[in-house]
Design a binder for this molecule. Structure first.
Ligand code: SF4
Ligand code: SF4
Length: 375
């Protein structure tokens, strides 16, 4: 029977030996980041010891709501997700791309600002985060203009994925086909049980690290339990995206009254695009030094919810919140399919939890699909 777990050879890493994974990664030259509690949220930060992991921490997420709760559980990964995914590690919120300067003879010269990233291991990556990474790879690595900055960081990334056994009420990765179990794109994957981790390697690099760990044989009972937990995690998800050709439905209903309705509630704050692991809109700006002799050309995260992002040829082509929200949803769930062969949503639910007014994209698109006509 397919238990939903990887078909790679699997082993067991007892909880008391988990520090050896962090130590091995460090020994192999990786800087380690993993989940820690900071500012009342679970975020990725530098990780040196298992004592920094969020033991027994659960996250409660609803539309416009995110809170952490403590439990007696020995587990370190029994939460769904925090506001970050992998995005800030590969596509930083601000980055200088090149510098310009005026030389002594008055001529201009330009220099690319290339930094050599250190190898980075991220522990606790979720299936939705891996799916979002694959979308960013399609855009930044395999698109018509590959991005050298992204490519350098991507090469240095080692991913330790974790099966989601505790999805939040906002999660709907089952309906997008992206979770809750990581199936590819990782170096190592863990399924957490109270007494330790079922572990498998997804790459040669992962296997080399795995070979250094004090592994023991995994029992049939442990595999069964992990399979049951995964099954329960799938069944626990209640939100979903509607079936059907969303790209056609959305573009054939650009005047649906629901766009006016959501515009009444949306603050155009852009929180949803900041936390979304797939949104990659950016603006580029030049900042000259005070003496005018040098300048920095930087790229910064932008959002389709700002007026400036739609400013083209002397005017904002999306002058109101209605057209900006519509742009976000029709791109994310519609034209993204034409561009990248899949929707831009991986079902992580972050935009629902971190929206200050609790707008839920599954409800918005559901309302349009419910009474929409399409070919
Ligand atoms: S949908 Fe919510 S998070 Fe997104 S811009 Fe509107 S108010 Fe902000
Ligand atoms: S649109 Fe929302 S649910 Fe979908 S990937 Fe982005 S943040 Fe996650």
């Amino acid at each position: 029977m397919d238990d939903g777990l990887s078909q790679q050879p699997r082993y067991f890493l007892p909880r008391q030996s988990f520090q050896s994974l962090i130590d091995q990664l460090t020994l192999q030259g990786f800087g380690c980041v993993g989940p820690v509690v900071r500012d009342a949220a679970i975020v990725f930060d530098q990780l040196r010891s298992v004592s920094e992991l969020p033991q027994g921490t659960r996250d409660r997420q609803e539309p416009g709501y995110y809170r952490l709760e403590n439990s007696e559980s020995p587990r370190w990964f029994s939460w769904a997700n925090g506001p970050q995914a992998l995005k800030p590690y590969l596509f930083p919120s601000r980055e200088v791309l090149w510098e310009g300067s005026v030389d002594e003879d008055g001529s201009l010269s330009f220099k690319e600002r290339i930094t050599e990233p250190q190898p980075l291991a991220v522990l606790g990556v979720r299936a939705c985060d891996l799916a979002a990474l694959a979308i960013h790879d399609a855009h930044f690595l395999n698109g018509p203009s590959p991005d050298a900055h992204y490519a350098r960081r991507r090469e240095q990334l080692f991913l330790v994925a974790v099966h989601c056994s505790h999805p939040a009420s906002t999660c709907f990765c089952v309906s997008t086909g992206d979770g809750p179990a990581p199936t590819c794109g990782y170096d190592m994957a863990l399924a957490e049980l109270d007494e330790g981790f079922i572990i498998d390697a997804g790459s040669e690099r992962g296997k080399r690290i795995l070979d250094q760990l004090p592994l023991v044989e995994v029992s049939a009972e442990q595999l069964d339990q992990a399979g049951r937990e995964l099954d329960a995690a799938q069944k626990a998800q209640t939100r979903e995206l509607p079936d059907g050709p969303l790209n056609r439905i959305l573009f054939q209903n650009l005047d649906h009254p629901r766009w006016d309705d959501v515009a009444e509630r949306c603050l155009a704050c852009g929180n949803c695009t900041s936390v979304c692991p797939t949104c990659f809109c950016a603006s580029e700006n030049d900042v000259p030094s005070l003496d005018g002799l040098t300048s920095e050309h930087s790229r910064e995260w932008s959002s389709c919810f700002t007026e400036g992002h739609s400013f083209i040829s002397g005017q904002a082509i999306r002058p109101d919140i209605r057209t900006r929200y519509r742009q976000w949803l029709t791109h994310k769930l519609g034209s993204w399919i034409d561009q990248y062969g899949r929707s831009g949503c991986v079902g992580c639910g972050r935009c629902i939890a971190w929206c200050p007014v609790g707008i839920d994209l599954t409800e918005e698109v559901g309302a349009i699909c419910k009474d929409a006509s399409h070919d």
